[in-house]
Design a protein around this ligand. Structure first.
Ligand SMILES: [Zn+2]
Length: 273
């Protein structure tokens, strides 16, 4: 019998920038689905002491229990929490907040848009996040923009004058496709920056590195580090960038823990809390 596939996108990995779950976390490659609508898994086989979730200490808005899908007022499809196609929240409790600088995401069209975790940022921070479909994007001013990409010439946020930085550009694509975006002539003069290595909590298989982040993780860690580098402190004000991501993470963890016969085969040791 086929092993139960994890509730994750089946497609290839992405760079510092991997992709999403709105739909993926609710359906698997084998067609089975994670309970989503009022049907909570029974956690009867939990170890007595579990390590804390990687998100346990974040200042995250609450997601009510027994959530059901809601109809998107624009495209009429039924989705959980937000509509990835229309990039809008579907519940009044979904947080909405500002970012200190504008965030531009260049999305590679061969990566399914509905599975992009970058969409999370666009839903949560609609006034400060723009998603562009490669190769259509504006020419960013190199004197006030930076591009997050971990290449050899990339500088850390502590090495540049952040007062001049008004926008940050992210590439939302697989590692394999990221090069074609990175080397686009329009981006040639945008200074590259990098962030400290962080471990991904993403459920999507990739074999590049544990530091290969989902795009929304990269966006979150960038803004956390930006605040620390610029203001000397970070007080959790951007933690909700991981609002949807942590929700799906918890959901996947509890789903697989609920039944010992389920095996999350994509990443060794992934189910652990
Ligand atoms: Zn919609």
């Amino acid at each position: 019998m086929e092993e139960k596939a994890p509730p994750a996108p089946a497609s290839a990995p992405v760079p510092a920038l991997l992709s999403n779950p709105a739909e993926a976390a609710t359906s698997t490659a084998s067609g089975s689905s994670v309970p989503t609508e009022g049907e909570q898994p029974q956690s009867t086989d939990l170890p007595t002491s579990l390590p804390p979730s990687p998100f346990a200490n974040l200042k995250l808005a609450k997601v009510p229990e027994n959530l059901r899908r809601a109809q998107c007022p624009q495209c009429k499809s039924r989705k959980l929490l937000y509509c990835p196609e229309c990039q809008i929240p579907l519940e009044p409790f979904v947080p909405r907040f500002d970012l200190p600088i504008h965030c531009d995401v260049i999305h590679h069209p061969q990566e399914k848009r509905t599975k992009s975790t970058a969409i999370h940022a666009a839903v949560l921070c609609p006034d400060h996040v723009t998603i562009h479909e490669f190769p259509s994007f504006p020419a960013f001013d190199p004197t006030e923009s930076v591009l997050l990409y971990p290449c050899p010439e990339a500088r850390s946020l502590h090495e540049i004058d952040l007062r001049r930085v008004k926008r940050v550009v992210f590439i939302d694509s697989t590692w394999q496709k990221a090069g074609s975006v990175l080397h686009h002539p329009t981006l040639a003069n945008i200074p590259r920056v990098k962030i400290e290595a962080e471990n991904t909590a993403f459920w999507r298989y990739q074999d590049v590195s544990p530091h290969c982040l989902a795009t929304i993780e990269a966006i979150y860690y960038f803004f956390r580090e930006f605040a620390n580098a610029k203001d000397g402190r970070y007080e959790g004000q951007y933690d909700n960038l991981l609002y949807f991501f942590s929700y799906y993470y918890d959901k996947i963890q509890s789903y697989y823990r609920s039944d010992p016969s389920l095996k999350f085969s994509k990443i060794d040791g992934y189910i652990k809390y």
